[in-house]
Design a protein around this ligand. Structure first.
Ligand SMILES: O=C(O)CCC(=O)C(=O)O
Length: 271
């Protein structure tokens, strides 16, 4: 287990070499407290009104098992938040071009649930070429091996997209097929404290174990930024949408039958 970190001077080269970088204590304390307050408000007041595809539960009858939310930016606070200069400028620094936030997510591994994050590459879902896209994942809790820290394969963003296949994990419809012992041996697990930011390239392979603690949540808030040069491969994206919808239906999530970005895991809303 390594605890990767980066100084201001080296973060872009770390990102380019490893495909991920860790920025400790990313937001100023006031901004971090505001984000936590607004997420709590959203979960209490807005989530109960959302369609099933925008908020996934381990067990819908138990609100405390909320495990994933997408498209939080439909809320007025978050529609402004996704232009927050700290996130935007870091995304542009790492991508080396202007960038736009195209989606927000919230992930949890509630205590007492069995929710691994399958190994995957985000750009398998996003279908962007060139793969100028990154995910910024902000820890809201202390994160370690017990509650399911993120695990990256350094350098995997330079090895192309691997084949993915259908999973039974709601929120992550596709996972890398044939993930091997050699893949596991290359992994770096990243420990994090609340307000530590993990940024990974869209092609970087990552996964997480389930939360094995009985009392601790493992929450995070994430924004996806896409560089100005990235274009979506529409054929690949339609294939992904159809597969994601089929997976959700097979897991009992109510969908309209027509793939809509709001019903997809890891949605990308911009063209
Ligand atoms: O929080 C997790 O377990 C998954 C996060 C993830 O896959 C991502 O942000 O790309």
């Amino acid at each position: 287990m390594a605890a990767a970190s980066s100084s201001l001077a080296s973060r872009r080269s770390t990102f380019e070499t490893d495909g991920f970088v860790v920025i400790r204590q990313f937001l100023n304390p006031g901004d971090f407290a505001e984000l936590q307050r607004e997420l709590n408000r959203y979960i209490t007041l807005v989530v109960p009104t959302l369609p099933e595809g925008d908020a996934f539960y381990h067990d819908r009858a138990r609100p405390e098992t909320l495990k994933q939310m997408s498209r939080i930016e439909n809320d007025p606070f978050f529609s402004a938040y996704i232009r927050h200069p700290a996130w935007q400028s870091l995304a542009e620094e790492l991508l080396g071009e202007s960038a736009t936030c195209q989606g927000s997510e919230w992930f949890n591994k509630p205590p007492g649930t069995d929710h691994p994050t399958p190994p995957h590459q985000d750009n398998y879902y996003f279908c962007l070429q060139p793969p100028q896209v990154l995910t910024m994942w902000l820890a809201l809790d202390s994160v370690d091996e017990e509650n399911g820290c993120l695990r990256y394969i350094p350098g995997s963003h330079r090895e192309g997209l691997r084949p993915h296949g259908r999973t039974r994990t709601l929120g992550f419809s596709q996972g890398i097929s044939g993930y091997s012992a050699a893949d596991h041996a290359r992994e770096v697990g990243v420990l994090a404290q609340p307000n530590d930011l993990l940024v990974h390239h869209g092609n970087t392979i990552h996964r997480a174990d389930p939360n094995t603690s009985t009392t601790r949540h493992r929450r995070s808030f994430a924004l996806v930024f896409r560089g100005a040069s990235a274009r979506r491969d529409d054929a690949a994206f339609q294939k992904y949408l159809a597969s994601s919808t089929a997976q959700q239906e097979s897991l009992g999530v109510k969908t309209t039958g027509t793939p809509q970005p709001s019903q997809q895991s890891r949605p990308v809303t911009a063209n």
